[in-house]
Design a protein around this ligand. Structure first.
Ligand code: HEM
Length: 455
């Protein structure tokens, strides 16, 4: 295969015995400080210094990282016989009390459940609820007064999870949100992101888990009493590969999927996108014009949303510049060769999918926010292995279409209805890992006033 005039060895080299380079760090902490400040930035620098395979250290552990365009291409092709999740996601099984919880499964069960639930977590599931979703966003904005400062991550989390709950389960989330957020952060923090396990034994978490499970059970009971046609109805009809109904904690672990994943990604991207738009007046004007045109149409549709060229480019550019899950963990079940090294079975590695997003060979001036990268004829993201905000390979995000439409809908509706501004014109957004990377919780936007009469 040839890329940019460079011949790329793919499939990769045969198995070789070599020493994987270590990224220099400081005593005891290793590379932890750099990683905490800007994980993908640190891994991009390490890739540029050491090549596509390197080892980083955090207290108590050394971890092998595979990064760059070739790592993404490889990740796209390696199957569940080589890269697995079940051996490293034991905590998730414990906390959901389900050995059938999707993120912890490998083939053949993984593909079975994924195919089963995907249709009810799609873009079209959101498309069937567009007016209701717009109502949720408008109602939130209606209460704002001019001069008020709105905390962005809280707002976006409330909007995204509320809309996802209604679109996939026909259920308002309302005051249950705080428990869902606390549960999600601890589950990801201690289950995936190396936070201490004792956090999963603290009373606040145990209380949130208990209440969240009770909420999930109420959702199930209401669907049993009044059947419909959403994800929960599908789960109630579903059978396990052994032909048994899905029940108990296995059932609840599937009902929880849209809510927990709804907390993790889309709200953070909505926050970053709003920041990038509010700091670029010309881009903001273009997106706002598109939003006004969208709401002037007789009916709000997914096709209409997708026609918003500048908003689409800005949304994709946000996915590129802010990879929320830019390094994905996998357990190596079988030796394989990559980048001149043997990646040995029996260890956890991270595939730093987000590093490719910052390589100048793929994206000129990679630190510049430039929505036109995604327009014809540039299409920089279409280069193989260049764009991976949803992961790669057989277990990419199940709801990428819904996520993208949701981010565009929330942004278009807010910009159509309200005039917002950054706290100061020169405001610089800081990110925070809590334990999911996202806009800092202190990021607020100023409400200047309403724009359009509610339609
Ligand atoms: C637009 C924002 C989103 C982004 C960037 C995103 C990204 C991702 C990523 C990186 C993964 C992990 C893939 C892996 O481990 O290889 C993932 C998995 C998943 N996402 Fe998304 N996601 C988004 C929105 C959503 C939404 C809104 C939902 C649900 C309504 C959702 C549901 C899921 C599920 C169920 C999985 C687990 C699939 C599995 O375990 O294989 N995602 N997503």
């Amino acid at each position: 295969m040839t890329r940019g005039g460079r011949r790329v060895r793919y499939p990769p080299d045969p198995v070789m015995e070599t020493t994987i380079p270590r990224v220099p760090g400081v005593p005891l902490l290793g590379n932890a400080l750099d990683l905490a400040r800007d994980p993908i930035g640190a891994m991009t620098r390490a890739y540029q210094a050491h090549g596509p395979v390197f080892e980083i250290a955090i207290p108590g552990r050394r971890i092998t990282i595979l990064a760059g365009q070739d790592a993404n291409l490889l990740f796209n092709t390696l199957g569940s016989d080589t890269l697995q999740l079940q051996p490293i996601y034991g905590k998730l099984v414990e906390e959901t009390r389900s050995a059938r919880y999707l993120p912890t499964l490998d083939e053949p069960d993984y593909g079975y459940y994924r195919r089963m639930i995907k249709p009810r977590m799609s873009r079209e599931s959101l498309g069937a609820h567009l007016p209701e979703a717009v109502g949720v966003i408008r109602d939130a904005a209606r209460g704002w007064r001019a001069g008020e400062q709105v905390p962005v991550l809280d707002l976006m989390t409330r909007l995204c999870v509320e809309i996802i709950g209604r679109a996939t389960q026909g259920t308002p989330v309302g005051a249950e949100l705080d428990d869902i957020v606390l549960f999600t952060k601890r589950l990801i923090g201690s289950g995936v992101a190396f936070q201490p396990a004792f956090l999963l034994r603290l009373p606040d978490y145990l209380r949130a888990r208990r209440r969240f499970e009770a909420f999930l059970q109420r959702i199930v009971d209401e669907h049993r009493a009044r059947p419909g046609d959403d994800l929960v109805d599908l789960l109630l009809q579903a059978k396990t590969p052994e032909g048994e109904p899905l029940e108990g904690h296995d059932l609840l672990a599937y009902v929880h999927l849209p809510l927990v994943n709804g907390v993790a990604y889309a709200p953070r991207l909505c926050g970053y996108l709003l920041y990038e738009l509010l700091r670029a007046p010309e881009l903001l004007r273009r997106v706002r014009d598109e939003a006004d045109a969208l709401f002037a149409e007789p009916e709000l549709t997914l096709a209409g949303l997708r026609r918003m060229r500048w908003l689409y480019g800005a949304c994709m550019e946000t996915l590129r510049m802010y990879p929320i899950a830019g390094a994905l963990p996998r357990y190596v079940a079988k030796d394989f060769a990559f980048g001149g090294h043997t990646i040995r079975a029996g260890q956890m590695v991270f595939i730093a999918t987000g590093v490719a997003h910052f390589l100048p060979a793929l994206y000129p001036e990679p630190r510049r926010f430039d929505p036109e990268r995604f327009f014809e004829p540039r299409n920089e993201h279409r280069q193989p292995g260049a764009f991976a905000p949803y992961g790669l390979g057989p277990r990419t995000c199940l709801s990428a279409g819904m996520g993208e439409a949701l981010i565009m809908l929330v942004t278009a509706t807010l910009l159509h209805h309200v005039e917002l501004a950054l706290p100061r014109p020169d405001y610089e957004l800081r990110s925070e890992i809590d334990p999911i990377p996202g806009p800092h919780k202190r990021f607020r936007v100023r409400v200047l006033g309403p724009r359009a009469a509610p339609s």
